[in-house]
Design a protein around this ligand. Structure first.
Ligand SMILES: Nc1ncnc2c1ncn2[C@@H]1O[C@H](COP(=O)(O)OP(=O)(O)OP(=O)(O)O)[C@@H](O)[C@H]1O
Ligand SMILES: [Mg+2]
Length: 245
């Protein structure tokens, strides 16, 4: 199993609200995508986290825009006058991450698209599991599209991969649920714990880690991601918001 591969044909516009300056890009399949660049400040590891977390969440029943791998030839941005964007495109030649663009979607502000309490608890549990710090009220990284909630921007999760030497600690690092957009669902976390923990099997984790392209990884990285994620799900006593049952 692998993510579909497409080629960028047109750079349409930058998404300035995103810190990593993602761009809206057209693909050779005529689709429109939000392109997240391996040459952005966070580097290719942000894209690795997007794939592992996004595809894990999707398989556990959450809505995540479709992800594809997009080959970029920086010449497609040659008419782009902004130097910052030109530099980013030049640094990002090769494989980048394309996120299906949801036209007309709006950022979640609590007024519509609110998930049930159980769904909120599942999102809180999963964000705690992958240590996603980017789901606060200031920056929810949730989109409402056709009245449904969609989860985006998982590039800051799995931060243990920035320091493999101390990554052991990740297994038991607590999660600050107080900052999470669904922090009030903490009382429901124990109720969704058993199902989610049972669903995160070695086969599932191996499958989603297997979707990351070799280009963004070093030798041995796949085993490291699988090992740390399985160790974290096996013992939830230290990190689960509200405490494991
Ligand atoms: N698939 C999408 N469809 C429509 N709009 C999107 C999509 N993905 C991102 N956006 C818009 O672009 C913004 C920036 O995207 P994203 O959060 O993924 O980028 P980032 O650079 O990682 O951002 P951050 O500043 O939060 O770290 C989002 O807040 C949202 O408004
Ligand atoms: Mg964001």
């Amino acid at each position: 199993m692998s993510l579909p591969r497409i080629v960028a044909t047109r750079y349409l516009l930058p998404l300035r609200e995103g810190g990593s300056l993602p761009g809206v890009v057209e693909g050779n399949d005529l689709g429109t995508y939000v392109l997240k660049f391996h040459g952005a400040g966070q580097g290719p590891k942000a894209l690795v986290a997007e794939v592992i977390v996004g595809e894990l969440f999707r398989r556990l029943g959450l809505r995540v825009p479709e992800l594809k791998l997009m080959e970029l030839d920086p010449v497609i941005g040659r008419s782009e006058p902004d130097h910052e964007i030109q530099d980013l495109l030049v640094r990002s030649g090769g494989l980048n991450l394309a996120v299906d663009f949801l036209p007309g979607s709006l950022g979640y502000d609590g007024s519509s698209g609110t998930p049930t309490e159980q769904e909120q608890a599942r999102i809180l549990w999963l964000d705690a599991f992958v240590a996603n710090v980017d789901r606060s009220w200031r920056n929810t990284n949730l989109l409402v599209w056709h009245k449904n909630l969609w989860l985006i921007d998982h590039g800051a999760a799995l931060y243990f991969h920035h320091a493999w030497a101390s990554a052991e600690k990740f297994t038991a690092t607590p999660y600050n649920a107080g900052d999470h957009v669904f922090r009030d669902a903490v009382t429901g976390v124990a109720g969704v714990d058993a199902d989610l923990a049972a669903a995160i099997t070695p086969a599932l984790v191996t499958e989603v880690v297997g979707l990351v392209p070799d280009e963004w990884l070093l030798e041995g990285d796949r085993e490291r991601y699988v090992g740390h994620l399985l160790a974290r799900v096996a013992d939830r006593s230290a990190w689960l918001p509200g405490g494991a049952r």
